[in-house]
Design a protein around this ligand. Structure first.
Ligand code: PEP
Length: 239
């Protein structure tokens, strides 16, 4: 089944979350053939978890810490997330890598911790514009996959990969569906049978074009997931 995931980033208070989910549940009530995931900020997970618990919409976190507990001020463990109903965790988003200094080694620990806890990681990979211009896209993606998944085997059905070219995130300039297809094919040849989502300026206008590519197994949506109508349209493009 295709997965359409919304990453709200640092947006929406708990009351705004309540308002959004009330509308969104109604808008996607008839969606049957698509897995839907909402990833609100940590502070909204509790309210979202309550509202979604009897629905067909899954709940995801945008980040996690890999330790179980302890002196890690400001961090959130996977047990804390699990108790709120979280079943997916976005790991290694480019904003975590480039704004908050997450290394491939930290990302690898997070992926391992998610799998050990029975949560499904969505590992984000993608190149900067300089890499792309230098013809290094596949080298960068391969290195992020190798290091991020180091020590892990047999990942089919346990993990999703999001290909998010950094130059396409939040810029209004998406990759072409053909560019995405090319990298997704490479990822599947490298890893075997995993779901590969595309992310980067996805909108209700272009969602279908991406989803019609044979190796685009879903979408990770930032900006356009903040509005329940737009996100519902993207979800329905996958049906
Ligand atoms: C993202 O941050 O994962 C993302 C894809 O953002 P946007 O849809 O705004 O480009």
């Amino acid at each position: 089944m295709k997965l359409i995931a919304g990453n709200w980033k640092m947006n929406k208070t708990p009351s705004q979350t309540r308002e959004y989910i009330t509308k969104f549940l109604e808008l996607v009530r008839d969606v049957k053939n698509t897995e839907i995931l909402l990833c609100p900020p940590f502070t909204s997970l509790c309210v979202a978890g309550e509202m979604l618990k009897d629905s067909h919409i899954k709940l995801g976190a945008q980040n996690c810490h890999y330790e179980e507990k302890g002196a890690f001020t400001g961090e959130i463990s996977l047990s804390m997330l699990k108790e709120l109903g979280v079943s997916y965790v976005i790991v290694g988003h480019s904003e975590r890598r480039w704004l908050f200094g997450e290394t491939d080694e930290m990302i690898n620990k997070k992926v391992i911790a998610c799998l050990e806890k029975g949560l499904r990681p969505i590992l984000c990979v993608g190149e900067k514009i300089e890499d792309r211009n230098a013809g290094m896209t596949l080298k960068v993606v391969e290195s992020q996959l190798k290091l991020g998944l180091s020590g892990l085997e047999d990942l089919a059905g346990k993990i999703d990969i999001a290909y998010e070219p950094i130059w396409a995130i939040g810029t209004g300039t998406p990759a072409t569906p053909e560019d995405a297809q090319f990298v997704h094919r490479f990822i599947k040849e490298f890893l075997g049978d995993v779901r590969v989502l595309y992310g980067g300026s996805v909108s209700p206008k272009n969602a279908k074009d991406f989803l019609s590519m044979p190796d685009v197994d879903g979408l990770l949506v930032g900006t356009a997931s903040l509005d329940p109508e737009s996100f519902a349209q993207i979800v329905k493009a996958s049906e």
